[in-house]
Write a protein that binds this ligand. Sequence first.
Ligand code: OSB
Ligand code: MG
Length: 369
Amino acid sequence: MRIERIELRLLRLPLVRFFETSFGRIYDRAFILVTVEQQGCTGLAECVADENPHYSPETTRTAWHIILDFIAPLVLGREFAHPRDVFGALRAIRGHNMAKAAVEMAAWDLFAKQQGDPLWRVLGGTRTAIESGVSIGIQDSLEQLVERVQVERAAGYKRIKIKIKPGWDVEAVELIRTRFGDLPLMVDANGAYRLSDAEHLQALDRYDLMMIEQPLDYDDIHDHARLQARLQTPVCLDESLHTVRSVAEAIELGACRVINIKPGRVGGHAQSIEIHDLAARNAIPVWHGGMLESGIGRAHNIHLSTLPNFSLPGDVAASRRYYAPDVIDPEIEVADDGTIPVPSGPGIGVHVVPDRLERATVDVVERRV
Ligand code: OSB
Ligand code: MG
């Protein structure tokens, strides 16, 4: 594979419904669509960096800069035997995993299309449908939260995750348990608590939660190990894990019993596979996180979720929960049993609708060999 052209396209799409986490509420999403090309064959991926540096230090603008000025010169015109070699070729660039992942994942799509294979097969996946779950943001009231859970359950989703923060946690979980019984339920704090909140978080142990995701700071592993020792509820790490090494450390320290994998956060598919394998060797289940992706990123997530140790439902839901319309056709849908079939065409197996893409485009640039 030899990438001859890279195109970056800044897109903005309105969200069907606002999304609120412990760091704020958003109504739309800006992201970079990356296209790589060799002799008319194209690979696509989206960069999950957002406009603000709240989830991660990267933003759409830092990713734009890093891809154009540093990543493109390292990959354009270079011969890659396999897309798993792309991440290593970017070694000179420290961090910026979301920028790296966008180019790396586009390269996987291009490679799979050149082979005429669906991406899941090239990644080493073992299933043709994945289990879907939803992430429900913080609402204006507990009544609205109950209504959201009702709507998502009716849509077929089996596993529900709710966002929590101080003041929106134990009561919300208690209410869902009272109203809906023992559905698979978990919570995500996006780093909203401190170790000194351990006693407060112990109150969640009564509710048989699947896990508590990222309770403490985005760059912490050590305090999570101390917290896990004081909680029965399994801790899952998201923001804190950026590299294979940080995952090894977290496992060794007992900082988590579950791992959320987002390829954007760890530098792409190849790093995700390494983390998946490392977790499997340590009997740690993984699941696929979400970043409010459009259909392009969503398709990538579905393909990666077919690997065997993705044994818990992920935050990979139907397109229509996020964007209406999405930029792809056909859109990604969830079946009545809460599963999503894996697209079967070459590469990611979904197609962009050109006029929808044009309407969402804010800016475009390209680089060629
Ligand atoms: O912490 O998992 C997270 C969305 C944006 C940034 C971070 C997170 C999320 C979600 C939504 O939880 C997942 C999704 O439905 O795409
Ligand atoms: Mg999370």
